[in-house]
Write a protein that binds this ligand. Sequence first.
Ligand code: GLP
Length: 241
Amino acid sequence: MRIIHTTDYKDMSRKAANIISAQVILKPDCVLGLATGTTPLGTYDQLAEWNHKGDCDFSQVSTYNLDEYRGLSHDDPQSYHYFMLKNFFEKININLENTHVPNGANPDAAAACAEYDRMVDEAGYPDLQLLGIGRNGHIGFNEPDDVFSKGTHCVDLTQSTIEANSRLFEREEDVPRQAYTMGVQTIMRARMILVVANGTNKAQAVRDMCFGPVTPACPASILQLHTNCVVVADSDALSLC
Ligand code: GLP
């Protein structure tokens, strides 16, 4: 695991975007694993700017997002599909047919998850997987547990995640209680993993991820075992390291 220290959110976003941009330049038809949350927004904005300048061409790129709330359709403004569309895909020259998010509208969890696993497998798994990290060390929606998860599955969100994510909803009651998420094993199959983190509220999770024991109690800790994982974090997020 390599840790890249950055001064602030802007610096973190720019460095993370540089790494993703290099991946796209080196392999124009690469597969990117993408994340939602507020942390990657600056990275997406920077990539969109370089895309407009002609420096980073997404026309052949395909993307697979980590997760989606169960029960929300693709056009629901609170869905992660909609989030990706508005915050990234509509701002770059990507072919929308090449963008993928688990189908939260399918109430049959087993079928929705199996279908997504099949698609990610057929794509050959991401060349680069972008990850944020939850305050409790979750990645995607893989919450602290007794075991590491494998493929895409349906999860019950923890109260702390519901509270953390409620800032993006009008009321806490509106936050869906379940989600479909790529499993930890699938995430680990990406050839490169890029974690972005900023702010003091992530400091404990970043410390546990980088220097704590490898345990499903902190799902992100398994990234210590990945052979090509880079953490790009600001000084606040690294303040306990
Ligand atoms: C959600 C997402 C995660 C994300 C996390 C942190 O739970 N499922 O993929 O990493 O939030 O979000 P933020 O970057 O807003 O702190």
